[in-house]
Design a binder for this molecule. Sequence first.
Ligand SMILES: [Zn+2]
Ligand SMILES: [Zn+2]
Length: 144
Amino acid sequence: MEIPKELRDSGLKATLPRLKILELFQQSDVRHLSAEDVYRLLIRDNIDVGLATIYRVLMQFAEARILWRRQFEGERAVFELSASEHHDHMVCVDCGKVEEFIDEAIERRQSLIAKQRGFMLRDHSLSLYGSCSSCTALAPNTLK
Ligand SMILES: [Zn+2]
Ligand SMILES: [Zn+2]
């Protein structure tokens, strides 16, 4: 099995759990995964890695900056590949779904506000909380 570049660069040894977890993030359509999500997906693929090991690998990956750890309010921490472009998040407080968005006007305003205050901006994270379109569609008061 070829060792992915991310692992080689990180200096982390290519153990089976690390390889499998990295592969999962690279192949999953869902970009934001919690430790429990990773656990479920590995089980589905008949790969038995304990939850404690998964937590440990995820934290090692976050430290090595292979993954970003996102802690949304009231939600379990989720992880996503750090190779992705900068983006902001919309978090559904009903089902926990995380959607990504990027808005140039918001990005520009944030830089401008920081600049006006002499604040040297390094990074930002913006998370919107609410109900996603599937959840509002299910809400009784909006039933047609
Ligand atoms: Zn939802
Ligand atoms: Zn994201």
